[in-house]
Design a protein around this ligand. Sequence first.
Ligand code: NAP
Length: 434
Amino acid sequence: MKINVGIVGCGVVGTGLVELLLKNGETIRKRTGVELTLSKVADKDWQRPRAFEVPHHLRTTDYREVIESSHIVVELIGGKEFAKKLIEEALQRNRHVVTANKHLLAEEGREIFLKAQERGLCLGFEASVGGGIPIIKAVRESLVGNHIKTVYGILNGTTNYILTRMLKEGVKFERALEEAQERGYAEADPSLDIDGWDSAHKIAILSFLAFGGFFPFHGVYVEGIRHVDLLDVELGKELGYTLKLLAIAKRREEELEVRVHPTFLPEEDPLAKVSDVFNAILVEGDFVGKTMFYGRGAGAHPTASAVVSDIVDIAGRIAYPLPCKRRIDWEDKSYRLSDNFYSRYYLRFDVPDRPGVLASISRVLADHHISIASVLQKEKVCKLAGREGEPIVPLVILTHKAYERSMRSALEKIKGLPVVTGEPVLIRVEEEAE
Ligand SMILES: NC(=O)c1ccc[n+]([C@@H]2O[C@H](COP(=O)([O-])OP(=O)(O)OC[C@H]3O[C@@H](n4cnc5c(N)ncnc54)[C@H](OP(=O)(O)O)[C@@H]3O)[C@@H](O)[C@H]2O)c1
């Protein structure tokens, strides 16, 4: 059976998808029995050179031509407003939809998912998380027999590249970002990546799926790597920890913790070993235990590979009728998001190297029921401060698990101590041991 596939947005991923469908279409037909025919490809600008030449007869600038000519409409324009309008129009016209648009799904997914579900149409979004890694299919299908407890991982290649350069080569953040841009791993405006939003969009989508319900995206705690100081990356390394931008989702009864922030992991943790632009996601289910998925999280070819898996899945359902609502993914459950995380902490204070300093800080921590696991004081002088130009050194404290609110309140008190100069540094530590 012939299934018409149309694409709106022929940029990085769209071009990769055209290439894959034209080069591997015959293999897909042999393997699945469905013939995928590219009906139309829409983009605003056909003058721009592309990595793969799109045949002239497929090109259009009118997305409506794509909707009219296709069984499956693939949205690859990105952004929110127009992409939403396009997807809604396609669903209205009874077209199945595939999208890689994490931004839209994380922030307005509930409405779109439920609309597709109501109309009995499929909405594929494998490529929205983890690029070429088949994580959506794994959570949705392979792990369906489990209650998922936690999902966490490295979901952004750009930031992982930058942190890898800082850790391995001692490069400062600004230089590592420039290198990422020179290699095409970071956009000219890198803020969605480095400020953590891209990871936040992806962990929100994974949480919706893993926990079978929705929450407002603005409740996700997001902290990026823009302010990461090389000194902390290096001090962490001395203590046996590797810094990663981690996206974390944990379920506790009807409450979720969904957060993105720089996180220290023990260097022997499998996620700590994930370097450069690679992504990895760990999923823990009540029966399966821990499973880990690893691969390229972006790029034209890996992402096109993920888009095609959705297209083939949907085409198979059209060809050999199977309802799209084979399993209810969305129970339309509402979750409360907690901001009182329970974590270990790495704290760094800039203090004068004199007796009594540690005692005054540890007293405040004790008053907030936060217990210290270890202390590292370096002789390395950060700066000279005070009227006498007293040498200031970094004092690092690793705590046992504590509640975020207690920690924040303790830090406010510590900041007010006369011995502490500048802003304390707080980095969360994820560790199995406790
Ligand atoms: N790149 C990756 O590795 C990757 C990985 C995973 C997911 N994704 C997601 O995949 C989607 C596409 O990403 P991309 O990197 O391929 O983006 P891209 O290179 O910017 O491509 C988007 C294309 O759509 C065109 N476009 C925008 N509005 C349009 C409209 N109204 N009608 C027709 N064409 C329109 C754009 O043209 P103009 O440039 O002229 O606006 C551009 O050619 C995004 O949602 C992204 O988050 C990307």
